[in-house]
Write a protein that binds this ligand. Structure first.
Ligand code: ADP
Ligand code: MG
Length: 339
């Protein structure tokens, strides 16, 4: 009979890491989410070589107290929830307490952090799950994390990384999406020494879309703001005359979390049915606000798939919200006379 082995921590952590850390962009997503959860107003993301050798994320959030720093890298250690009840009302982007432990299991991580209450900050270094340094450091309030050499200890996984430019584009995609879901935060993205994205953080969605996706897309948009079934949908959709060849510019957020929702996508396209040709697609940046108990984000480790308690009200919300916006466009404006 085969013997059943209880795997040592080093081994199961490598396996668990595979669920969260797929490639540099997944590391960047998890770390930006942590900075957002920390209340940062400014977040800078810097990568080299597609992020495979170097990722640095700097934020001016709440920082991490000296006594808490080591816990950041322990599996299932989180400051965001405490008990199972909390899973029904998740108000933060993170909650699994898994990302930093996973990242530090498969990469070399350096952390510098300070809280407003501390005079001296903390420096912590961990690589492949092994602690290397824990010391004083002078640094501003907030957190800087460097992740170097992803998969240095799992060469088999490293082979699956794509060309640097492909990985860098995936990272850029993550930064862009999170930047438009948080217009109140200023984002900077630096790629191999060159700044390729900056948003103002002034809270205005339209100008953030302009900064991230450019003038042409921003100018093709009409506003959406609609409430029904105790939920609200707001943001922008493309004018029917500005339809696109693919779904590549459809962005949905639930309570400011980037998600994939088949329901929202179907409702969007249904609303355009008589307005655009078959084979053309609308673009959108739409945020759905609903009670957090109505949506379950604990479906997938990367938290990108969500489940609604009931899909129908979500469909109606998006469908009528978008339909209204399109119809407003068709209604001739009242004659306007100026003196
Ligand atoms: P989760 O986000 O699910 O709680 P993580 O592994 O991503 O789990 O992070 C673990 C903990 O580390 C967080 O709960 C938070 O307390 C702390 N942390 C991580 N990154 C930051 C940051 N940039 N600023 C402040 N705290 C952070
Ligand atoms: Mg997290």
């Amino acid at each position: 009979m085969p013997q059943i082995n209880i795997l040592p921590k080093e081994v199961y952590q490598l396996i668990a890491a595979g669920e969260v850390v797929e490639r540099p962009s997944s590391v960047v997503k998890e770390m930006i989410e942590n900075s957002v959860d920390a209340g940062a107003k400014n977040i800078t993301v810097e990568i080299k070589n597609g992020g495979s050798t170097y990722i640095r994320i700097t934020d001016d959030g709440c920082g991490i107290a000296r006594s808490e720093v080591k816990k950041v890298f322990i599996s299932h250690a989180t400051s965001k929830i405490k008990a199972s009840d909390d899973l029904d009302k998740i108000g933060t982007l993170g909650f699994r307490g898994e990302a930093m432990a996973s990242i530090s299991a498969v990469a070399k991580v350096q952390l510098l952090t300070r809280t407003p209450d501390e005079e001296i900050g903390t420096r912590y270094e961990i690589a492949g799950g092994q602690e290397l340094d824990f010391s004083d450091a002078g640094c501003p309030v907030g957190t800087t994390i460097v992740v170097a050499d992803i998969f240095f200890n799992t060469p088999a996984r490293m082979k699956f990384l794509k060309k640097d430019v492909t990985e860098a584009n995936a990272v850029a995609g993550v930064v862009e999406r999170i930047a438009v879901s948080h217009p109140e935060i200023s984002f900077r993205f630096i790629r191999d020494g060159k700044q390729t994205l900056i948003t103002s953080g002034n809270g205005d969605l339209k100008s953030t879309i302009y900064s991230v996706f450019g003038r042409e897309f921003a100018n093709s948009l009409i506003p959406v703001d609609y409430e029904i079934n105790n939920m609200r949908v707001s943001g922008f959709v493309t004018k029917p005359s500005m339809s696109r060849k693919s779904r590549g510019m459809q962005f949905f957020f639930i309570n400011s979390r980037l998600v994939k929702s088949q329901t929202a996508m179907a409702a969007l396209e249904q609303a355009y049915r008589n307005s655009i040709m078959v084979g053309r697609f609308p673009g959108c940046v739409l945020n759905i606000e609903c009670n957090s108990s109505f949506v379950d984000v604990n479906v997938h480790p990367a938290k990108i798939e969500v489940r609604f308690a009931n899909e129908k009200p979500v469909f109606e919300l998006v469908y009528y919200g978008v339909k209204n916006a399109i119809e407003m466009l068709d209604t001739p404006k009242e004659a306007h006379f100026s003196a």
